[in-house]
Design a protein around this ligand. Structure first.
Ligand SMILES: Cc1cc2nc3c(=O)[nH]c(=O)nc-3n(C[C@H](O)[C@H](O)[C@H](O)COP(=O)(O)OP(=O)(O)OC[C@H]3O[C@@H](n4cnc5c(N)ncnc54)[C@H](O)[C@@H]3O)c2cc1C
Length: 474
């Protein structure tokens, strides 16, 4: 009998799995995908918002403010990237400037550091800021992360502490029993005292398996982006327009690896699998980024992508025990700032679970993780030493991102190791650069086949049936 079954291995589910692994509990983490963090956690702006944006009195406001304050230490503990770059809200004209006062007032009351800059002062630091920008509200403690790195690190920590991870395990049915719940997947059944529905855009479908009327409906909202090459170096800070009814608007965001993201738009879509970029969406980004920015180097675009926000009929996070279903916890409608709030969301869920479970610390739990080797960040001396020990670190497979064979082999290790081309790309970045895998993908495929003892034709791009090679032709 499990104490908890977590459905969904995005940032919400993996963070919770990590935190539960501190205790003497039997926990399973399930995801329908072939890798951790393949949902909203994989396609977002990667910003650890400080919490000035959500409306007063919401769970979003409470958990965003609390969650972001835990992130820096969390990233240190888990060996993940965390860069404080600061966020600017750029106002154009008197009407927008007045809206900045509302955000500053919220920040003041929530203890969030902020500063004011005139348009001129701001342009001295950000030469690509549009001339129309008349005033800037700056949140200097805003940070950026590598979102799926954090989710993978959380899952790894959880699994090392005994949490069982089941990928390719779509939950299809849940029965309520005398002692809790039976969670059904095509291959297994899990008897459990509690269930946590952290299924992102699938959260309403999971809720319907237990509740007659969950009282909410997921309405996925697409956000599309341009990714600019490293050396485009377009912005130093995250630049937001003044938020509107449609959300936070189209931003320019530096990434932890030196790229720039431009986006997103915000359009409701039908279905839960529509993650393709669209001409309309990207045109919207192009048109709207010019509100705050000039000289936008779209010609330096190396990729476009889209993510689906797990928005719902509620404007707030829905994190509660389902009425009449003890031990069935909803973690639904986790749209932005779900990433920034995740550490606090997890602790909030643990408080809800205390009604059903007893929490005794496991003295053997290890809540830290050693960061993997990133060759290009090492000094020449350390690199040489490593290459002497293992010559595979001396063979560069991805020229754009300077990723070695040794790093690729490292990322395949363990139960949370990569099992697909995309899994390798998410962990150590071959294919993330200018050529988008044109040169390195066949080499990564070869390494995967060799190290996983598989036939090259069995190697998949991402999901179980996304094989790349169809047949041997010579
Ligand atoms: C365009 C965009 C920009 C954003 N920008 C930011 C930002 O800058 N900062 C921020 O704080 N937040 C941001 N967010 C929000 C943030 O990305 C999400 O709040 C967060 O990633 C949600 O994580 P999650 O784990 O709840 O959901 P997900 O990451 O979607 O994970 C849910 C998981 O459940 C699995 N699942 C679904 N159904 C089933 C099933 N039946 N059985 C088994 N598994 C199932 C899915 O495969 C998925 O892996 C943004 C989101 C988007 C889309």
């Amino acid at each position: 009998m499990y104490d908890a079954v977590i459905i969904g291995a995005g940032i919400t589910g993996t963070m919770l799995a990590k935190d539960l692994s501190r205790y003497q509990l039997k926990v399973a983490l399930l995801d329908k995908e072939n890798d951790i963090a393949n949902g909203a956690t994989m396609a977002n702006s990667a910003i650890v918002h400080t919490g000035y944006d959500p409306e007063d009195g919401t769970l979003k406001a409470k958990l965003n403010v609390a969650g972001c304050r835990l992130y820096e230490q969390l990233c240190k503990d888990l060996g993940c990237m965390y860069q404080t770059v600061g966020a600017w809200i750029a106002a154009v004209g008197d009407e927008e400037e007045a809206k900045l006062d509302i955000l500053a007032d919220r920040a003041e009351r929530r203890g969030i550091p902020y500063e004011w800059l005139s348009g001129e002062e701001a342009r001295q630091q950000e030469p690509n800021l549009n001339e129309q920008v008349s005033k800037v509200l700056s949140f200097p403690t805003t940070a950026i992360i590598y979102p799926w790195e954090v989710a993978i690190a959380c899952a790894e920590t959880a699994v090392k502490n005994g949490v069982e991870l089941y990928l390719n395990s779509e939950v299809t049915k849940i029965d309520e029993t005398e002692t809790g719940y039976t969670v059904h997947t095509p291959d297994r059944e899990f008897e459990t005292k509690t269930v946590i529905d952290a299924a992102g855009i699938g959260a309403d479908q999971i809720a319907h398996m237990v509740m007659k009327d969950p009282g909410f409906e997921i309405k996925p909202r697409k956000g599309e982006y341009y990714v600019l090459d490293h050396d485009a170096k377009f912005v130093n800070h995250i630049i937001f327009p003044v938020p509107s009814d449609k959300g936070k608007g189209v931003l320019a965001v530096p990434t932890v690896h030196g790229n720039t993201l431009l986006g997103p738009n915000s359009d409701y879509v039908q279905g839960t699998v529509d993650t393709g970029s669209t001409v309309q969406g990207l045109d919207y980004v192009r048109a709207n980024i010019t509100k705050t920015m000039k000289n936008v180097p779209f010609y330096r675009t190396i990729r476009t992508f889209a993510g689906l926000r797990p928005s719902s009929s509620s404007s707030d996070f829905i994190i509660e025990e389902a009425l009449g279903h003890p031990g069935f916890i909803l973690a639904a409608s986790i749209e932005s700032p779900g990433l920034a709030s995740a550490p606090a969301v997890s602790l909030y869920i643990i408080d809800l679970l205390k009604k059903t479970l007893t929490f005794t610390e496991d003295p053997d739990a290890v809540m830290t993780r050693k960061a993997p080797v990133v060759l290009k960040e090492l000094s020449a001396e350390k690199r040489n030493e490593l290459i002497r020990q293992n010559p595979k670190y001396g063979r560069i497979v991805c020229r754009c991102e300077q990723v070695s064979e040794g790093e690729i082999i490292d990322c395949l290790q363990g139960p949370c190791g990569a099992r697909s081309i995309k899994g390798v790309k998410k962990r150590v970045r071959p294919g993330m650069g200018r050529c988008q895998g044109g040169f390195c993908e066949p080499l990564v495929l070869e390494i995967l086949a060799r190290e996983l003892h598989k036939d090259p034709q069995e190697i998949v791009l991402d999901g179980l049936r996304s094989n790349i090679l169809e047949e041997e032709n010579r």
